[in-house]
Design a protein around this ligand. Structure first.
Ligand SMILES: [Zn+2]
Length: 238
């Protein structure tokens, strides 16, 4: 392969790496904040479950107390029945007793529901606690790795820029100028392989003569359509 082409391909790889490093300045902090958010959200839902469980347990105690108090009142009313003197007193007391019995039944139903809810919440709490442990361990590990990447971007970038300067200095000015111009204009890949006798980027077909010239690689050829630099690669071209 033409030596200049080889250098251009090397330059292209370095430029790709530089682009990746630039992009990582954006996406690494995003990834990190997603990992932190996941820890926060998991912790929040663990906290919510804990609070709901505490509330349900307090509710259970209150209901039990309420039922006990109402049952004492019921007993008191039932004793009063023994000493009733008038029909009016009797009717009033029966009404009180009925009301209390209804209230006790309602409280008992709520108590059963609350006990069921406590069992569910205890199970959920166990699951949330387990998930919290996993998320914390996994995300903290990943955060460490990403932080390390963030911390080393500067050094890696400096290395890449130094290699770029080195490679670029060996490429003839006019060729380098074409490369830089196409890169600024089109971005991404500048040096492309010929595919099916056409430019590998814009697919504009090439004359048989041009294909032969590119194959020989005596000099660097540009695509008439998109301006990219083209090279021949036996395995992939035909
Ligand atoms: Zn092209």
């Amino acid at each position: 392969m033409n030596n200049d082409l080889e250098l251009l391909l090397k330059l292209q790889v370095i430029d790709y790496d530089i682009g990746e490093l630039e992009r990582s300045k954006e996406y690494l902090p995003d990834m990190m904040s997603n990992l932190r958010r996941e820890i926060d959200e998991t912790s929040e839902s663990l906290g919510t479950t804990k609070a709901s469980l505490e509330e349900a347990r307090i509710n259970q105690k209150n209901l039990e107390l309420d039922i006990a108090t109402k049952e004492q009142s019921l007993q008191k009313f039932q004793q009063q029945m023994m000493s009733i003197k008038t029909n009016k007193e009797y009717d009033a007391l029966v009404a009180e007793i009925d009301t209390l019995k209804t209230q006790i039944t309602e409280a008992e139903t709520e108590l059963i529901e609350t006990i069921d809810r406590i069992a569910e919440l205890e199970k959920a709490l166990e699951e949330h606690a387990e998930k919290m442990g996993q998320v914390e361990e996994n995300n903290k590990k990943q955060l460490d790795i990403l932080q390390n990447k963030v911390d080393t971007i500067g050094d890696k970038m400096a290395d890449k820029l130094a290699s770029r300067k080195d490679v670029a200095s060996s490429i003839p000015r006019p060729t380098l100028n074409i490369y830089e111009r196409v890169r600024r204009g089109k971005g991404g890949t500048v040096v492309v392989v010929v595919k099916k006798r056409a430019c590998g980027a814009c697919y504009k077909s090439l004359t048989p003569k041009k294909v032969q010239e590119i194959k020989k690689a005596a000099k660097i050829h540009t695509c008439d359509n998109c301006g990219r630099l083209m090279f021949w690669e036996e395995e992939e071209s035909n």
